[in-house]
Design a protein around this ligand. Structure first.
Ligand code: GLA
Length: 374
């Protein structure tokens, strides 16, 4: 398969070219850093990196999207977009891999700042190309934690392991059911077209920002709650034990956060069960319940996003929810294939009426994770 990003990659010569996709998360938001469950799938949009080996420990990376070239050595502290690249070099070296210097050329058609994991797509494609240059056959299953380490410890964003897992491990035609504690995976067949359905991604246009304090505050709050409840992570509270757990928490806000995480984990399990049973329509109400939980309990949605969800549901979507870290970004809407245009028009109209820029929408099907282009 060739993507727009591949077509845009300047002519080499390259010693290797690899691609990693962006992702949407079907359900399971802010559960990954609570050791819980997620269910992302890869987008057809990807980041492509062409690499040429250098005979010295130096990396020069050019990003078509940033319109910039950055050069760094092993000891340099890099900031901005190139920190994701430098972070991967750092994490690989920290793990004892002898990464050769390289000239890297990056092109991408993953929308930036839309909550579609453009950063994980960059990390994972860079990791793949560098490992290839080094001749290191590191199993795909071991790569997400390394890329996450680059993001947590080098870039400084305290994110979970979902995005890097999706970028690396997703399979075409499937959603990736991931247990973020054991890292066990199941490829769940996800063929909506066969059931007359489509997944619409609506980019609310409200930019989201991770390194910002809100994400970190949510994560800290969950860790504090787990400590008070005497469990390793909120994943260890099951829905039957939720009421008793909530009674033990004095803080009202903390109770809401815990309720989101525990119920969201269950919604992931219910979604997987519905997909295994072959009835994708059943996931609609779970998506909508997930959105309500993110809006009311986890408090990570914004008016632009809520407007899109409400309008999509009113126009006949089977379910709709924000996807990704929150505070903006994209909405997923499960719609009958023949109603895509209608739902899109309704969403644009409602957004304009509320004073927001009418959002762009596109239909997505599950694509392949990290792959060698040439
Ligand atoms: C961001 C993070 C992920 C995950 C989601 C929320 O995308 O990078 O690790 O926490 O937010 O589900």
């Amino acid at each position: 398969m060739s993507s727009t990003a591949e077509q845009r990659l300047p002519d080499g010569p390259y010693d290797a070219v690899w691609a990693s996709p962006g992702r949407v998360n079907l359900i399971g938001e802010h559960t990954d850093y609570n050791d819980g469950y997620v269910l992302p799938f890869a987008l057809p949009h990807s980041t492509v990196v062409g690499a040429r080996r250098l005979d010295r420990p130096e990396w020069t990376v050019t990003s078509e999207q940033a319109g910039e070239t950055v050069t760094f050595g092993p000891q340099d502290r890099v900031a901005g977009w190139a920190s994701y690249v430098a972070g991967v070099v750092w994490a690989l070296r920290e793990a004892g891999h002898d990464v050769p210097g390289a000239t890297l050329t990056v092109t991408s058609d993953v929308p930036l700042g839309a909550g579609l994991s453009s950063s994980a797509a960059l990390e994972c494609s860079v990791m793949a190309v560098l490992l290839d240059l080094a001749g290191i056959d590191l199993p795909m299953a071991l790569r997400p934690r390394l890329a996450q380490r680059a993001e947590n410890e080098y870039v400084g964003a305290p994110t979970g392991v979902m995005d890097q897992s999706a970028a690396t491990l997703c399979r075409e035609g499937h959603a990736l059911f991931l247990d973020c504690r054991s890292l066990a995976t199941e490829q769940v067949p996800f063929d909506l077209a066969a059931q007359g359905l489509a997944m619409l991604v609506v980019d609310s246009g409200a930019p989201h920002a991770h390194v910002s304090g809100e994400y970190a505050a949510r994560r800290r709050g969950c860790e504090e709650a787990a400590k008070i409840l005497g469990v390793p992570a909120l994943r260890d509270i099951d829905p039957a034990g939720l009421p008793a757990a909530l009674e033990r928490l004095d803080d009202k806000v903390m109770r809401k956060r815990v309720r989101h995480v525990v119920t969201e984990d269950q919604r992931v399990l219910d979604t997987v069960a519905a997909l295994r049973a072959g009835d994708a329509r059943l996931i609609g109400p779970l998506m909508t319940a997930s959105h309500a939980s993110m809006r009311d309990d986890y408090e990570i949605t914004v008016p632009q996003v809520d407007t899109v969800v409400t309008a999509a549901l009113a126009a006949g979507a089977h379910g709709a929810r924000m996807t990704g870290g929150g505070f903006g970004g994209c909405v997923l809407a499960l719609v009958d294939t023949d109603r895509c245009d209608e739902v899109e028009a309704a969403v644009r109209e409602a957004s304009a009426a509320a004073g927001f820029t009418p959002p762009a929408a596109f239909v997505v099907t599950p694509a392949e994770g990290t792959r060698k282009v040439r």
